[in-house]
Design a protein around this ligand. Structure first.
Ligand SMILES: C[S@@+](CC[C@H](N)C(=O)[O-])C[C@H]1O[C@@H](n2cnc3c(N)ncnc32)[C@H](O)[C@@H]1O
Length: 186
């Protein structure tokens, strides 16, 4: 049966369009490593994935998953906030993925914060190559999630339309499901 893609699947569908083998890309919120793994597969053995997370548990889970899949050599894991990506990544990137909120199976009080998320997105935009994309998967069901979204919405809506195209992918008849913002750099 045909159905609209779930938000996470649609996010991968979008990112796939923008990433070529050999590219450098960033996972801004490594978490359990699923997006890092997805990106590592896309960039191939000549490519590079920088993956950030502030929690040691996330770094360990991501390392475990990538080692298990034999793709760890193309990944650099960094235990630091995505607001500092410019300190670590010195080359242009074709995609940056943010998956906001908390680490599933861990402390739900450790969540992404509006100020650092916006800083990370701003930094990501400066590092993005023309024809590159940033995706943000946004959750509003947890404490703090409702507050984070207006900051992001305000910021991405302010981006100059000659330089960026901004997309919202959102199911409108459900409160709970995550939604996605994609920012394409022209
Ligand atoms: C929803 S999870 C990410 C899920 C992940 N993309 C995956 O595929 O498993 C959100 C993650 O963001 C991390 N996080 C929170 N604030 C952060 C920050 N300032 N910089 C980087 N990561 C952060 C949390 O520790 C958590 O692991």
């Amino acid at each position: 049966m045909k159905q609209l893609l779930k938000t996470l699947d649609f996010t991968h569908f979008v990112v796939k369009e923008f990433v070529n083998a050999g590219d450098t890309v960033i996972d801004a919120t490594a978490g359990n490593g699923y997006d890092t793994l997805f990106l590592a597969e896309l960039v191939g053995e000549r490519g590079k994935v920088f993956a950030f997370d502030i929690q040691q548990k996330a770094i360990q889970s991501t390392e475990g998953l990538l080692r298990e899949q034999g793709l760890f050599p193309r990944v650099q894991l960094i235990r630091d906030g995505h607001e500092h990506i410019e300190e670590y990544v010195k080359e242009e990137v074709s995609a940056v993925m943010f998956n906001l909120g908390y680490l599933p199976g861990s402390d739900h009080r450790i969540v992404t914060q509006p100020e650092t998320t916006i800083k990370g997105v701003k930094a990501a935009l400066t590092m993005l190559s023309p024809g590159g994309v940033i995706t943000l998967v946004v959750y509003t069901g947890h404490p703090g999630g409702q507050e984070e979204w207006p900051f992001i919405e305000h910021y991405v809506k302010s981006l100059a339309k000659n330089n960026y195209r901004v997309l919202l992918y959102k199911f409108l008849n459900t409160d709970k499901s995550p939604f996605m913002v994609a920012v394409e750099k022209r």
